[in-house]
Design a protein around this ligand. Structure first.
Ligand SMILES: O=C(CO)COP(=O)(O)O
Length: 256
């Protein structure tokens, strides 16, 4: 049985004081839903304060990125050693980082391996563009992204890895994939690749999230899919009520 995981990717939102005030309100609201792993993903500047504000709770913190080197001439970047005591997770390969920061498949792989080497669990995001989707390339493209991201990662480390399927055309657009589409790619493509790479026993332990315009009114549809183990949430993770509702629905649909 895989523990459902709902992670909020705050993207470039909330100042430092806003981040702290938000998690102080969020933590008690999320407290009852212990059957679901709950994760918040603030900006780098708020990581230390949010991590401190959540100490003593079971809500985990994720960074929105990571570099693969421990130090060096990489202006603007954050090394794993700088955040390893502050976070449980790091989001890697988000389509916005791939598009705006030029993050490549090779870098995603280096970052995932560096995260694991520093005790940080990677949430590896994959997903196709609208053009690829319309050209019928979704499965081959997403499968290829997953294989590239996992190159050299051992079966032993894989249960620490989370994969997030986020079709680019569904991010922030209000246009979400249907539950059936999410299940087809997550079960039919991503878990099939994991089975091919690591065997069924390991593959069945790995959590795969859906992301892209997840809202309280479509959450149950995703959570009722057998291979969808949670959600990576942007907009709806910025409001206490909406994020709590998502976690509550995950707890109800997935069972205790
Ligand atoms: O990119 C996302 C999460 O990483 C999804 O964002 P939205 O939930 O705002 O569509």
């Amino acid at each position: 049985m895989r523990t459902p995981i709902i992670a909020g990717n705050w993207k470039m939102n909330k100042t430092l004081p806003e981040s702290v005030a938000f998690v102080k309100e969020l933590a008690p609201a999320l407290a009852p839903y212990t059957s679901v792993e709950r994760v918040v993903g603030p900006t780098y500047v708020a990581l230390a304060a949010v991590s401190e504000a959540l100490s003593g709770t079971d809500i985990a913190v994720s960074s929105q990125g990571i570099h693969w080197e421990d130090e060096g001439a990489y202006t603007s970047q954050i090394a794993p050693v700088m955040i390893q005591d502050l976070v449980t997770y790091a989001i890697i390969g988000h389509s916005e980082c791939r598009a705006y920061l030029g993050e490549t498949d090779e870098e995603v792989n280096k970052k995932a391996r560096a995260a694991l080497a520093h005790g940080i669990k990677p949430i590896i995001a994959v997903g196709e563009s609208l053009e690829q989707n319309e050209a019928g390339e979704t499965s081959s493209f997403v499968g290829g992204q997953v294989r590239a991201a996992l190159e050299g990662i051992s079966a032993e480390d894989m249960p620490k890895v989370v994969i997030a399927y986020e079709p680019i055309w569904a991010i922030g657009t209000g246009k979400s994939a249907s539950g059936e589409i999410a299940q087809n790619i997550i079960g039919g493509t991503i878990r099939a690749v994991l089975i091919d790479l690591y065997g069924d026993e390991v593959a069945q332990k790995i959590r795969i999230q859906y992301g892209g315009s997840v809202k309280p009114d479509n959450m149950a549809e995703y959570m009722s899919q057998p291979d969808v183990d949670g959600a990576l949430v942007g907009g709806a993770s910025l409001k206490v009520d909406a994020f709590t509702e998502l976690v509550k629905i995950a707890a109800e649909v997935k069972g205790a």
